[in-house]
Design a protein around this ligand. Structure first.
Ligand SMILES: C[S@@+](CC[C@H](N)C(=O)[O-])C[C@H]1O[C@@H](n2cnc3c(N)ncnc32)[C@H](O)[C@@H]1O
Length: 250
């Protein structure tokens, strides 16, 4: 990812944390359970964003480290998880020595690496023999309520809906782990519900990063498509992440 992308994520760090930061927690807990993270585990979270997973990890007594190319995200993560060692950098070049971690994780981040398998090989390098790499990202659109809203937005823009990338499809994460030399030990799908308390929050979350004029233009499209997800005074979207865990055996 180039400078524009990093600047983009940096500028969004506050809103990302507020609107989406908590959403991945069920996936984070699935990775923790599947890779046996506990007190004293040395864990690196790659693409740590605003640091919610790092906070969860340090709360469990793990020795947590994080890395993200966006300085704004790194600043947010340091504030969210003061006990964690958080550095600026990307998945493909990790500034840690070989075998530094028991577990390396990446949640909704691996898809941004330019070389997926190269990044996973770098995760392997910094993982101890017998350690785990645990990755999660959005499942295919058909499993996510958000997809229906995004499809309505694409139609309003006269665009085709975004196709699912390989990592979103069944078996995609497992294949990438296998290609990088891991033995896949488990994989699954986990619900990651997303709540918006009101119309304004829904619009800010769905159209995160868009200019105010775009938000104005698309507001009625988003609100109409979201009616079926009304819950209480707000909205509840049930989305899903896929996850997979690989073990490094040298
Ligand atoms: C969608 S956010 C997810 C953040 C966090 N993992 C979460 O689940 O809330 C994606 C993050 O990946 C980071 N990122 C982008 N390119 C990356 C790369 N090449 N290596 C590692 N992280 C990257 C972005 O800066 C951003 O913080």
């Amino acid at each position: 990812m180039g400078d524009d992308g990093q600047d983009g994520w940096s500028a969004l760090a506050g809103e990302w944390s507020e609107l989406w930061g908590a959403a991945a927690e069920p996936a984070q807990r699935a990775l923790v359970a599947a890779s046996g993270v506990g007190a004293g585990s040395r864990v690196l979270d790659v693409g740590c964003g605003s640091g919610e997973f790092l906070r969860l990890l340090t709360g469990l007594g793990a020795v947590a480290s994080g890395i993200d190319p966006a300085p704004g995200m790194v600043a947010a993560a340091r504030a969210a998880a003061p006990l964690a060692d958080v550095r600026v950098g990307d998945a493909e070049t990790l500034p840690w020595a070989d075998g530094s971690f028991d577990v390396v994780t990446a949640v909704n981040a691996l898809q941004f690496a330019e070389d997926t398998v190269g990044a996973l090989e770098e995760f392997a390098r910094v993982t101890v023999d017998g350690g785990f790499v645990a990755v999660a990202n959005w499942a295919e659109g058909a499993l996510n309520d958000l997809d229906l809203i995004e499809a309505a937005v694409a139609e309003a823009d006269g665009e085709e809906p975004q196709p699912d990338g390989d990592l979103r499809l069944a078996g995609g994460l497992e294949q990438a782990l296998a290609d990088a030399g891991f033995r896949v030990v488990t994989a699954g799908v986990v619900e990651v519900p997303w709540l918006a308390a009101d119309d304004a929050t829904l619009l800010r979350g769905v159209l995160l990063g868009e200019d105010a004029s775009v938000v104005r233009d698309l507001a009625s499209v988003v609100l109409t498509a979201a009616q079926r997800f009304r819950s209480g005074g707000g909205y509840r979207l049930v989305n899903r992440y896929r996850f997979a865990v690989g073990r490094i055996e040298r």
